[in-house]
Structure formats: C-alpha cells, structure tokens
Ligand binder design. Structure first.
Ligand code: BES
Ligand code: ZN
Length: 448
C-alpha cells in the first residue's frame, strides 16, 4: 500500500510537468522532466542516464542481472512529451494540475503516455522489491513522440549494443474497451505536409478587386475537396497501390472487438459517421488509409466582417498509412497530385513535415502468444482481443529496423480517454492493473 500511495503521488508529479513537445519554449521543462525520470529510475534501483539530442532528451534505464547469461531482455518504450493543452480548448481546469473525478485522473498526458509508461515503471519497481523481474529490462522514454520522434532513431543506432533486446513492449495504444485486454498487432503510419497558396502579393479590398483577382482560399478549398471521391476513397492517383488487404481472420477479429459503428459514433460525439464505403468504422480506422485536413487558415478570422481578398491560404494535411505504403512515396504522390491540379492563378508551396511507417506483426508468431497468455493472466482470464490501431507510433518500425525485434503493443488507454483532447483521463486503478500486466508479461516472455 505504501508503494501504491507513493506511486500515485509520483504519477501526479510526472503529470505536473507541462511537457508539450510542439512548443519550442518548453526546452527547460523537457530537460527537467527527463531529470525527474532519471531520478525515479534510480530510486527504483535501475541504472539510468539522460541522452541529450538536438531536441528533447531521451531517458535510458537498465535493470540487469549480470553474469546470468540466457536471460532475455525486454525493451519498454514510452514518451514523456504530451500534446498541447490550453484552457481555451475546453479544459474544465488546469490541464497540468491532476484531479481525480470518479476514479479517473484528469490531466494532459494522464493516458498518453505518462500513465501508461508509469504503470510499467511501477511494475518493474514492485518486481525489483521482490528480487527482480524474470527478464532484464531496458527503458527508453523519449520526449518527442508527439512531434514525430525525429531524434530517437539516431539514439537507437548509436546505443544499439546497450539496447540489444529480444522484444519491445509499448503501452501507448487503446484497449478495445474497459476490461477488454487487447493486443494491438498493427499501427497506421503517417505522412504530414503543409500547403501554402499565394494569390495577390498583399491583401486586397474585395470590392475594388473581387471578381477579377483569384482568391487563394477558393482555390485551396477546391484542391482539398478533390482529395476524396464521392465514395469516400482517397482520389490521389496511385494512393492505394501498395495497400495490404486484411486477411479473413482479421475482419473476424475486428468484428469480435464488439465495437459497433454506433459506439464509435457515440464516442466521437458526431451526428453521423463517414468514410470509405464497404468497411465498418473499426475497419476504416485500423485497416484503411486516409487523407485528413487537420487545419485550414487564411483571410480574416477576427470579430465582425472584413471585406478582404486575402493574399494567402494554408492547410495542414496528414495521411494515415497502412502496410505497405511508404510515407515518402505517399508524400511524393500527394505533392504531384496537388501541383497538377493547382491552377496557375496562384503560387503553391508544399512543405513536408514528419513521417512514420505503418506496422504489422502477426500476433500468432514470435512473442505474440506469450503476450496473449500474460494479458489473460493479468485480466483474470478475460478473452484477449486483437486490434489494428489507427494511430501512429513512429518508433515501432524503427525498433524493428535498427534493433531487429518486434513490438508487443499492449495499451491501457480507453477509447474514451480523450487522448489529445480536453479533459484527458486515465482510470487510476489502471496504474495497478498496468503494473500487474507488466509483471505477467515479463514472466511469460521469460518462459517463452
Ligand atoms: N498514443 C498515440 C498513438 C495512438 C493513437 C495509438 C491512437 C493508438 C491510438 C501517440 O502518442 C500519438 O499520438 N502519435 C501520433 C504520432 C504522430 C505525431 C507522428 C499520432 O498518431 O498522431
Ligand atoms: Zn499522442
């Protein structure tokens, strides 16, 4: 109990760091949080160090029983950075001052990813107190996941020897629902870009020039409207060429998740669902690629009217990818299509942003069955679900390429935890639950 009590207060301290990686002014906060993590790992009994990068530092921590060959090593990855959170986004209180409401911890990062990585830290700390976990453990906790993990690959390459492991474990995904233990066996990838259109060299009086000069917002909205056809398919030539078709068992597993379209609609708080025809909502999210407009700006957005013909218009776009799409190739196709369809009446500038590969690993192979046994054990024998996630964790495919191991994605987040949204939550009891899962996993991996 003492340990659990301390764990809760440590978790709350962790949540109080406003580690928003997208905000360039947060450099010191990132370093402070990394130092705090290093201290916690050392208190737990691990060797820990901070690896500086040109962005936020990476924290590495090791628990090794030296001299006992044959032992397996498990790499546990998480991230201490969080998405931006402002009161204006709909938070009902300070996002960086955790509160508990009906057993749910409300704070930015409570679920994504501080709660989930902290549960693993608790699991290992408890195991160490009773003589140590059954495997050696390496923690990698980074501070740039939410902005594409650009600096982590170099760290993995440089420290490849120290990070050598048999399998990786990540809790940064959703469960199919409460009390539905879930093994995620795939993630979507992503490619992001920004489009800037310039019409006239400066904003114009729309009465003096309107009708004679092309409005870049009008051009942009036409271009963006052309990203999809009437059936909800992405209309970019070649976009689907490398898309993997899900196997029959996968469509059955998706059905067995027991998440009907109406439930997805309810969670989203949306009047209706949309998307590619011929697929259920859960299939669209896990198995199919998308084109998404994340933001659009231009012209006058202040109070009251303003009769302006704007000089510029911008849009931020992301494309979620599935195996075997390649982020760079897709960005090339998108750019080609936009340039081709863009009329000569405006100038177009396209800036590439982050990218990440999709991931797929057959859950019946490798350590998949060990993970299924561990999840069953930790959740009192409940049936284990198999899920394809719609989100992206860029480092998972890098771990495969650089360290040569697969990743077990055993998320603890719930679909309605509002990750990335206002009033993000995490069930407090999932800290203990996650610690238990961590211990079952390490035990089963050791035996496998
Ligand atoms: N935890 C998420 C990934 C995720 C989202 C898994 C939804 C399962 C369901 C992670 O922190 C995240 O948000 N990743 C970003 C990555 C991007 C910025 C490269 C994402 O998916 O948008
Ligand atoms: Zn996230």
């Amino acid at each position: 109990m003492a340990l659990a009590q301390r764990a809760k207060s440590d978790y709350f301290d962790f949540l109080r760091f406003p580690t928003v990686s997208a905000d360039p002014s947060k450099g010191q906060v990132m370093r402070d949080c990394a130092s705090w993590l290093k201290k916690k790992f050392r208190e737990m009994g691990l060797e820990a160090e901070i690896v500086p990068t040109s962005g936020a530092p990476v924290v590495l921590a090791f628990w090794r029983k030296r001299g006992k060959g044959q032992r397996k090593t498990v790499l546990i990855y998480g991230h201490y950075d969080v998405q931006p959170a402002e009161m204006g986004d709909g938070w009902t209180a300070d996002p960086f001052e955790p509160r508990v409401i009906n057993g749910m911890v409300v704070a930015r990062g409570s679920t994504d990813n501080k709660g989930q990585i902290f549960a693993h830290m608790m699991g290992v700390a408890e195991a160490i107190q009773r003589g140590g976990p059954e495997t050696d453990v390496v923690f990698v906790v980074e501070g740039e996941e939410e902005v594409g993990s650009d600096n982590l690959e170099a760290v993995l390459r440089k420290r490849k020897k120290d990070l050598a492991c048999d399998v990786a474990v990540i809790s940064d995904t959703n469960m199919a629902g409460p009390n539905k233990p879930t093994l995620t066996y795939g993630l979507r990838g992503i490619t992001a870009l920004q489009v800037e259109l310039t019409g006239p060299s400066h904003d114009l009086h729309s009465g003096v020039y309107g009708g004679a000069v092309v409005n870049p917002i009008t051009v942009l909205t036409r271009l963006l409207a052309g990203l999809h056809d009437e059936k909800g398919k992405v209309a970019i030539p070649g976009f689907y060429k490398k898309v993997r078709n899900a196997a029959r068992w996968e469509r059955m597993a998706a059905k067995a998740l027991g998440v009907p379209d109406a439930e997805v609609r309810r969670q989203a708080g949306s009047p209706a669902l949309g998307g590619e025809s011929g697929f259920s909502a859960i299939e669209r999210i896990g198995m199919r690629p998308t084109a998404e407009i994340n933001g659009i700006t231009g012209g006058y957005q202040g109070p009251g009217p303003k009769t302006v013909l704007p000089s510029k218009a911008w849009a931020k776009l992301t494309f979620r990818l599935v195996p075997h799409q390649n982020p760079k190739e897709i960005a090339d196709l998108v750019e080609k299509d936009l340039r081709k369809r863009c009329p000569k009446t405006v100038k177009i500038k396209i800036t590439r942003q982050h990218g990440g590969f999709p991931y797929f690993c057959d859950p019946k192979k490798g350590y998949g069955p060990a993970a299924v046994r561990a999840l069953g054990e930790a959740w009192g024998g409940k049936k284990v679900h198999f899920l394809l996630e719609g989100g992206t964790i860029p480092i998972v495919s890098v771990i495969r390429n650089v360290l040569g191991v697969e990743t077990l994605l055993v998320g603890l987040s719930q679909p309605d935890c509002r990750a990335h949204g206002p009033d993000e939550t995490f069930p407090l009891r999932y800290l203990e639950q996650g610690a238990k899962m961590n211990q079952a996993l390490l035990r089963q991996i050791a035996k496998a």
